[in-house]
Each structure stands twice: as C-alpha cells, then as structure tokens.
Design a protein around this ligand. Structure first.
Ligand code: AMP
Ligand code: GLY
Length: 415
C-alpha cells in the first residue's frame, strides 16, 4: 500500500513512524513534512492547504491512501479534493470538519445529539458578551468561534481580559467553567462504525504546575491509571456514537478521527471541545501503544469498512511524550536555532525512547528549529514511571538554545 501523509508536525511524524512499521505499507510519502519525517518518508514540497495540489500529488504517486493530519487542510476541504480525484482519504469532509472549525457549530451538533457539554452562548456584540459573562460568573471561559491553533481559548477570572479576548475575536462562544481533570479520547470512524482508541492526557499550559498561557500541548501520557475503567465505554455511548449519528443524520457524515476533549467533572463527563483530527501531542503516546498495524485501520475508515475490522490490539506499556518548544513559545517563537543531541538519543535510548520532530528543518548538515513546538520526545516503559524516566533522559541529551519544556509531564499520574 502506498500512503501519503499531509502535514508537518510531530503528529504527522508519529503517524509516519507507525505507518513505516506496518508491513502492508510499501511506500510512504509526506507533504510537506519536516527534517525528522524525512527519515521515514519521501518528502514533497506541496502546500498542505492546496487541495488541487495534494490531490494531484496523490494521483501522481499512485497513492492508495492519503492521511490528512492537521485541521486547517480539513477545514479547507483538502480531503474532499483527494476523494474527488478518486483516492481514498482518511479525514473528514469540509462540512464535517466544521465540528472543529466552528465552536458554535460543534455546540449545535452536541445539542442535537444530546451530548453533555458546558452550557454556552454564542456572542457577537459587547452587550451579548457582558450578559453571558455575567450569567456564568468567574472563572470566565471565552472561545474564538473559528480555528486558532490551540490559542483561541482564554480562561480567566479577570473580566477585562475576558472582554478583551471577546473583542479581539469578534464572534465567540462563552461558556460555563468546567472543573475536573481533562481526558482526550480519540475514535476512528467511517461515519457509521466508531472505534475508540485509548485515552490520553495532554498538558495544555506552558509551565510546570499548569501555570502560564495555553499552548497547543506541552506533553502527554497514556494510559490514565486514575481514570474509571468504564470511561471509554461511557464516552462511546454518550458522546462519540451520538455525535457520529447526528452528523450522518444531517447529511454530513464524519469519517476520520473524532477527537473528544473531555472534562471529568463532579457532575459527570462533559465535552470541552471536538477536533476533527488526531491530537498533538496525544497521538504520539496513543500510537506508541497501538499494536494493530495502522494503515489497515485508517484505510478501513476511509473505505467505510470499519465494521469488518477485528478489535484493535494494544500494548500494556505506558507511553510519555515531552514537548521541547522554542524560545518565547507560545508567543512569536524564535526559529533557526541548531538542535544538538538527536544522534545521542538514537545511539543510547532507542528503541524505547525516540524523538519525533514538530517544527524542524534541515540546514546543510544541521537540523534547526522552525516552529513553536520543535520536538516531541517520546518513550515507552513498563509503567509511567519508567516511560517518564526514559523520556526525560532523552530530553536531557538534547540542546536547543533558549528552549523550554515542562518537567512534570505524567508526574502525578506516575505517583
Ligand atoms: P479548547 O481549545 O476548547 O480545548 O480549550 C483549550 C483549553 O482551555 C482546554 O483544554 C481547557 O483546559 C480550557 N477550557 C476550555 N473550555 C473550558 C471550560 N468550559 N472550562 C474550563 N476550562 C476550559
Ligand atoms: N493537544 C490538543 C490538540 O491537539 O488540540
């Protein structure tokens, strides 16, 4: 099977790594990719947002499957362009991807499907904003309606900051504050059958102890030893299946990866957000534990044959990933700094620990930073303690001037 992966982050590197380990995959391509993905796949300098160009590349390569990684191309309709060109594609249509592309649309789908979520108002004027902030009280949760690369949400007790974010965004969703630990649960679906993966936890804040600004995600781990073993079944029944059924009922079936971001509150599970693609960095730890070869799973979702797929097989290992981000992330990050120590990880820590690249590019013989999140250092172990130790040992071998990472990923869960 020839597979083309679209995107250039650590999530796409994790997808490429798993696909390269799948014996059914005979050729692996990625566009545009990064310096790390180049070691697993042949790179093509094609704009991920250009549906015609991606579809053209897929045809030219004779791809049997295209996997669209990030949300922006999905919301732009790239999966539709690929399918229109006759190539099977893993990733929802433009219309179904609105589940991530518009928070207001997601709320409407959840209301229709009876899915538990925070109460909310969609606001466009200052008066509506004030009314909603007043109705819920502090802490205030203000969300940009559109895509914002993980930075559209402000949670604050400062009403001026809440108002200012609403002003800057234009159209916002203001909602009640949800208390309790967060869980990310992914499901692969063909629009009808829904196959949940294993839950993971992401660390959204920039600094240790969940301090600092929201980011795209600074680390993740799986499994969640503290979670109720019935959680996956419960979320499948109350969130994932009803949402997939609702989108099919509306005539815009969702096929691809449905990501449920959940809060485990004292009153039960509530959806914080949906995404229309694999999460980053959670994918790094979820795929590290998946033993079923990946390509067949994604192809079955693309072809509408998930019902025929045998149950997924999972490793009992734990997995931890630690993100190394560049100087000044999540504000305007500094790029172009050389990354040292990648060879040392490969020499000393493989196969249990490995480096997945996010924002990197090759410059002559060097690999340099090229984005906010630069690397996602991933490790497996018999338990979270061992996986953490391995991940942080590998992190300690890497140097990148001015870089930052959290030192407490999976720490409490390991205890
Ligand atoms: P989102 O992009 O919707 O996932 O929001 C980013 C982060 O903001 C989430 O992972 C939560 O940590 C936080 N957040 C979003 N919505 C809420 C809410 N209703 N209550 C509390 N925290 C929230
Ligand atoms: N890790 C959060 C996300 O992928 O949106």
């Amino acid at each position: 099977m020839k597979v083309l992966v679209i995107g250039s982050g650590a999530r796409e590197h994790a997808l490429c790594r798993s696909l390269s380990l799948d014996p059914a995959v005979t050729a692996l391509h990625c566009a545009p990719g990064n310096a790390g993905i180049a070691e697993a796949a042949e790179l093509h300098p094609v704009d991920a947002l250009d549906g015609a160009a991606v579809a053209g590349l897929a045809r030219e390569l004779g791809a049997d499957l295209v996997v669209v990684g990030p949300e922006a191309p999905l919301v732009a309709g790239v999966a539709d362009a690929v399918r229109d060109a006759g190539v099977p594609c893993f990733g929802p249509s433009k219309e179904a991807a609105l589940l991530e592309g518009s928070k207001a649309f997601a709320k409407d789908v959840m209301a229709g499907a009876g899915v538990p979520t925070a109460r909310s108002y969609v606001c466009t004027t200052a008066a509506e904003v004030d009314e909603a902030l007043d109705a819920f009280g502090a802490p205030y949760v203000v969300k940009d309606d559109g895509l914002a690369a993980g930075k559209g949400v402000v949670v604050t007790s400062d009403i001026e900051q809440a108002r200012e974010h609403a002003r800057a965004c234009g159209r916002v969703v203001i909602e009640e504050f949800l208390d309790g630990p967060e869980v990310s649960l992914f499901a692969v679906t063909d629009g009808e059958t829904v196959v949940p993966l294993r839950p993971a936890q992401d660390f959204k804040r920039a600094l240790d102890g969940d301090e600092g600004p929201n980011t795209g995600g600074m680390g993740a781990y799986s499994p969640l030893p503290w979670a109720d073993p019935k959680l996956v079944d419960e979320v499948l029944d109350t969130v994932l299946r009803p949402t997939v059924d609702e989108l099919r009922r509306r005539g815009t079936p969702f096929a691809g990866l449905l990501y449920a971001g959940l809060a485990i509150t004292s009153r039960g599970v509530r959806v914080i957000e949906f995404n229309a693609r694999f999460g980053d960095p959670e994918t790094q730890v979820v795929l590290a534990r998946l033993e079923t070869p990946l390509a067949g799973v994604l192809l079955a979702a693309a072809n509408g044959t998930l019902a025929d797929l045998p149950p997924l097989r999972w490793s009992d290992d734990a997995a931890v990933t630690v993100v190394i981000a560049s100087h000044n992330y999540p504000d305007t990050p500094r790029t172009g700094d050389p990354i040292v120590g990648l060879d040392a990880v490969a020499a000393h820590d493989a196969p249990h620990a490995y480096v997945l690249h996010a924002g990197t590019r090759r410059e002559g013989d060097a690999v340099v930073s090229a984005g906010g999140r630069v690397l996602s250092v991933t490790a497996t172990g018999a338990d979270l303690t061992q996986a953490r130790e391995r991940a942080y040992t590998a992190v300690s071998r890497i140097s990148l001037d001015g870089s930052q990472h959290r030192t407490d990923i999976a720490e409490r869960a390991a205890e």
